[in-house]
Design a protein. Structure first.
Length: 141
């Protein structure tokens, strides 16, 4: 039974993350179709939906990875804040970052505690925030 629960949790995490990429890419494609007034006039075939979903997933993932690679935005915690992050923090919080000297070891210890001994609620919050960062990066386009 424990193996089944582990498998279901792994699938759920995988599914939620990938739905974010699919949603982000779909919004990009639908925006382009709307701007150029190219919505189909009749019901497309099911194969078209499957192909469009594949392209939407790849597009959402590519956009997220592109903005992550150029370090415009970070999808993971555990790295020191870059200049953009500090600027956004200052804009929203109206104060500077208190601890700009981020220690990766501290983050790794905290994450180890979170996934080993920490409450389930905190783990769920952490995973939700990382998923939202991925969605936000995919929709940044």
């Amino acid at each position: 039974m424990a193996e089944t629960d582990t498998l279901i949790k792994a699938f759920t995490k995988f599914f939620y993350r990938d739905v974010m990429f699919l949603l982000g890419g779909s919004i990009i494609f639908l925006s382009v179709l709307y701007v150029y007034d190219r919505f189909p006039s009749k019901e497309p075939a099911t194969v078209i939906y499957a192909v469009a979903a594949g392209f939407a997933y790849v597009t959402g993932y590519a956009v997220q990875e592109f903005f992550t690679l150029i370090r415009f935005i970070r999808t993971k915690a555990g790295v020191p804040p870059n200049t953009l992050s500090k600027l956004l923090y200052r804009a929203f919080e109206r104060r500077g970052v208190e601890n700009p000297d981020f220690k990766t070891d501290d983050y790794n210890r905290a994450k180890k505690w979170l996934y080993k001994d920490g409450p389930e609620r905190f783990r769920a919050d952490h995973e939700r925030i990382e998923s939202l960062k991925q969605l936000g990066t995919a929709l940044l386009y």
